[in-house]
Ligand binder design. Sequence first.
Ligand code: FAD
Length: 472
Amino acid sequence: MASPIAQYPKTGIRVIIVGAGFGGLTAAIECTLKGHTAIIVEKTPTFEQLGDIISISTNAGRIMSRWDPALIEEKLRPVCMRHSGFKIQNKDGQQIFFQAAMPPNRERPMYNGHRADIHKVFYEYAKSLGVEFNMGQKVTGYKEDAASGKAWIETESGEIFKGDVVVGADGVRSRARKLILGYEDKPRSSGYSVWRAWFNAEENGVTTDPLTKEFVENGDTHTGWLGDDMHLLVASCKGGKEISWVCTRKDDSNLEESWSSKGKVEDVLNRIKDWDPKCRAIVSKSPSCMDWKLVCRDPLPTWVSPTGHTCLLGDAAHPFLPTSVQGCSQAIEDGSVLATCLSLSHQDSTIPASEKIPRALRAYERLRYERVKSAQKTGEDLRDKWHKCDYKTVHLNPESIRMPREDWLIKHDSERFVRRMWGSVAAELTGGPVIPRKSLAAGRESDEKFDNIELPPTPISTPKEELANPLR
Ligand SMILES: Cc1cc2nc3c(=O)[nH]c(=O)nc-3n(C[C@H](O)[C@H](O)[C@H](O)COP(=O)(O)OP(=O)(O)OC[C@H]3O[C@@H](n4cnc5c(N)ncnc54)[C@H](O)[C@@H]3O)c2cc1C
């Protein structure tokens, strides 16, 4: 059944990764698959069941489709949503559009589910590849030395981890930013917050209430209501066994930016008192809810430190609004691009040894920066479209209210993209022609026409043809 796992040639590049979120774990997985040595340092002693719904879009699913399907696809399928589409309604419960789900695609799967369930699959896959984990170690200092070409971190307990590269994948409140920028960058309020909840449907009466059972009785569903500068999304998961909702609303208060700030269900009910009774029925069944403040940060001037041995990745480099549905996916893309840049720089005989790491990190930033900025913008655009819905226009063109799925975003193949652009980016970094923005940002052509670019085989233990049925 299992095929032997191919051994990638070791590159000798030692990558210290701070943070074991999706960005850090992907960087570790992709680095290991490409022959680098990945060491993770994470402040949490053990992962808790924090968070609720998270989405991995097809552009990130493409990267995961090259990982061992027995340890990824087979494990994720039972814990992720499977529904026929997304029903969009006004606040009174009248349907304004039904957006059919994309057909399943094994080369570009998407996954929506509880963050903790999906995160566990990533973590276990990284462990199976031999990634070294140092848990319960809070990183307090970042240092680097141009002369020796090394970077290192210090933890609260005084331990030092040294490598050729340090990756700050430490989330929205990153400490690594200070080294990179030379100053503390301050978050600002986005003016919005999200109440969120996830709970068992049966235990909380969702399955028996005539107002709510439609969300779970025939498997998973996905429904949204749009109100004045506010929206509510309800999604069920695991065949209707579990249910979650998120309610994004205007809020200028100074709540802490944290995944563990408690909210009050009564406050949500107050805000939606004149909405479709089904909204109140679902929300009232929640045992508790979280209140997540959405903060913004202006795009950082750079993600790479002065000597080029430390970089930022994921939310540490670029926090996302949830309406982009891309925060996790862009962190996953970052991890894959960084690992690929390290490989290509390592193999490029025109780059002097002392320049290989800085060149790889600068290429990583160059190939990611504009794309990420464009993807961040989609979150604001969708929020504004939903929160200031012009029903006359939507009535004439219901498609206009759909959740956008543009090719440049969701069909992107980040690894092929790096391999295709490597020559241009390497030339630009040494004074050659500047890559035009349209080759890097929104509106860029889909990657399908570059599908013939060869990728090195991924070491997997179970060939795809030996697995059970496709995703749905
Ligand atoms: C507990 C938690 C729950 C979340 N729940 C959801 C959710 O339900 N839905 C959703 O859309 N998004 C959620 N997110 C955010 C989401 O995971 C990210 O926006 C996205 O996946 C990008 O991931 P990231 O790896 O860049 O950052 P994160 O996922 O935030 O990971 C950062 C990691 O760095 C670690 N870390 C931070 N500081 C240090 C330090 N000084 N030393 C060592 N380690 C450090 C953190 O403990 C964390 O594991 C959650 C994040 C966290 C941390």
